[in-house]
Design a protein. Structure first.
Length: 198
């Protein structure tokens, strides 16, 4: 049966505000899907079907849910544990190579400080003094005064992508020693708040 559509004026703006894939079904024939426009005012155009058509919703077939068996759950858990172990082993290999490369770039004292204390100091290309921490790669750089250990601010800057921490520390170190002004311009700086004097 061919469909003939007629313009229709909504009686009120609150009748229909939006539509979600409605289905007009011709009685005794195959279904056809139509997407009517959104109605936002009483004068918006709408469409109504001729006699012999009924309104409905496109219902997808429902299939009974079959939960996995205990044996299937055990197999999935064992497979995930194997994948996690492989990921950790691969990360350890990459981290070991990256740390070896970083230590080869540092002098003896900074290299020893990195492995023993978890940080090392570096002088920027413009003469600034910084400390790069070993734990993580976000907010792990501290700006230090010319003398003393009280930090002035912390910086957050690291390469985009899934790099191990030591690779990020190499990038941070090279940026500081080659382009300290560019480092300060790009990095997110958080000033250190000292407690007010009593």
């Amino acid at each position: 049966m061919p469909a003939t559509w007629y313009p229709y004026t909504m009686p009120s703006a609150s009748t229909i505000r939006y539509s979600t894939s409605p289905l007009w079904t011709a009685l005794g024939t195959a279904a056809s899907i139509w997407y009517p426009c959104t109605v936002t005012s009483t004068s918006a155009s709408w469409y109504a079907p001729p006699a012999g058509w009924q309104w409905g919703w496109n219902q997808l077939p429902q299939y009974p849910h079959q939960p996995p068996s205990r044996a299937e759950l055990d197999r999935m858990l064992a497979g995930e544990r194997q994948r996690e172990t492989a990921r950790r082993q691969a990360l350890a290999r990459v981290t070991g190579r990256a740390e070896t490369l970083l230590l080869s770039l540092l002098d003896d004292d900074p290299a020893r400080s990195y492995t023993e204390d978890g940080w090392f100091e570096v002088r920027g290309s413009a003469g600034g003094r910084y400390r790069i921490g070993r734990g993580g790669q976000a907010g792990n750089i501290e700006e230090l005064p010319p003398a003393g250990g009280d930090r002035i601010a912390s910086y957050c800057i690291h390469p985009s992508g899934r790099f191990c921490d030591a690779d990020a520390h190499i990038a941070q170190y090279l940026r500081l020693v080659t382009d300290e002004p560019g480092f300060r311009q790009v990095a997110n700086r958080t000033p250190h708040r000292r407690p007010a004097a009593a």
